[in-house]
Design a protein around this ligand. Structure first.
Ligand code: PHE
Length: 360
């Protein structure tokens, strides 16, 4: 009997000392397995007298059950410990809003708008905004587009479904085809002098390498008593030099036509193409960058401003186009594909400053 007690004590002690599931399993095999200590004592029963066998058999069964119970208790305890340890080690704080490994990027359009605002702000311009859904008056009529003029069709306008309660050109709202609409809102509501820029979305029904149905423009408007074509030229030349970071940037103004400016011009900047790469600066080529002109007296009249007292200039440029030239982005459509790899390549860090040079 006493060696059964001794064996029990020995096994229970090793069970209690086990510090992981694996060593507990080994202990179990050594005690209760086929070649285990308790099993080999069981095997000795055959050589005993019936009385001894009865007594010893009972005691060994009790021993076996007691050891199995101890092992079960220990196994539960160790499993719980292991789970708690894993919970502690593999803890994730799901309330964290920013994962350090995921960096956000500023879209080149946002960056370019910031850069443009930065330059014009130093010249004393403020930023104005206007609606993207417009009426015929603000998009065309007030801007001196004659009724039925082909320029209305040239803009490939997106019209909203007509309002059955309205007549003629008032019946259809539209998505603005240019930011010049905001010139009208501002002139209707502000007494000159006016010096604003308007960055914003514009819409035309067109889609290829160089056109998307939604794109951005930056409009500029200056109205006072003395501004003339010389101011227009200096302002835009200074802007382009700063924006592209090229101090000796060649520029030229070509006569052009817009119903809302007279005279009108398009501005080109110098560039060169070498090995399929476009470089802005002195070279043998020209790139169109913007449209501009002196505000047409009819436009001033349409907004309640006396053209005998006030005059000024306006300009408008495509923001994607300017960004493509500055940052060598080859395809306009990629701006709106929301491809994270593209954004990682062409995007900007959240704390980067506008990237301009030669500010005067
Ligand atoms: N609104 C013109 C366009 O979309 C650009 C422009 C603006 C031209 C202001 C002259 C003056 O093409």
């Amino acid at each position: 009997m006493s060696n059964i007690d001794a064996l029990k004590q020995e096994i229970v002690e090793t069970v209690q000392a086990a510090n992981n599931i694996k060593s507990l399993e080994d202990i179990k095999t050594q005690a209760l397995g086929k070649k285990g200590k308790v099993t080999s004592m069981m095997k000795m029963l055959g050589s005993m007298s019936p009385e001894e066998r009865k007594e010893m058999g009972k005691a060994l069964n009790i021993l076996k059950n007691e050891i199995a119970k101890e092992i079960d208790i220990k196994a539960k305890e160790l499993k719980e410990k292991e789970i708690n340890k894993r919970l502690e080690e593999e803890k994730i704080d799901v309330t964290l809003s920013v994962r350090p490994e995921e960096k956000g990027y500023i879209h080149p359009i946002s960056q370019t708008i910031e850069e443009m605002i930065d330059i014009f702000a130093e010249m004393g311009f403020t930023v104005a905004e206007g609606p993207e859904i417009e009426d015929d008056f603000h998009n065309f009529t007030a801007l001196n587009f004659p009724p039925e003029h082909p320029a209305r069709q040239m803009h490939d306008t997106f019209y909203l479904p007509p309002d059955p309660n309205k007549q003629g050109s008032d019946a259809s709202l539209l998505l603005r085809t240019h930011t010049s609409t905001t010139q009208i809102h501002v002139m209707q509501n502000t007494k000159p002098p006016i010096r604003i820029i308007v960055p914003g979305r514009t819409f035309r029904s067109d889609y290829d390498m160089t056109h998307t149905p939604m794109f951005h423009q930056l409009e500029g408007l200056v109205i006072d008593k003395t501004s003339h074509m010389g101011h227009l030229k200096h302002c835009l030349i200074d802007f382009c030099k700063n924006f592209f970071g090229v101090e000796d940037l060649p520029v030229r103004f070509r006569p052009s036509y817009f119903p809302f400016t007279e005279p009108s011009a398009e501005m080109d900047i110098g560039c060169s193409h070498r090995d399929g790469k476009l470089t802005i600066g002195a070279g043998d080529g020209w790139m169109e960058i913007l449209g501009c002109g002196m505000v047409h007296p009819n436009v001033l009249k349409n907004c309640g401003i006396d053209p005998d007292e006030y005059q000024g200039f306006a300009f408008g440029m495509g923001i994607e186009r300017a960004a493509m030239l500055k940052y060598a982005i080859p395809d306009l459509r990629t701006f709106f594909e929301t491809d994270i790899r593209w954004l990682r390549h062409y995007g900007f860090g959240p704390v980067e400053q506008p990237n301009n040079a030669f500010r005067s």
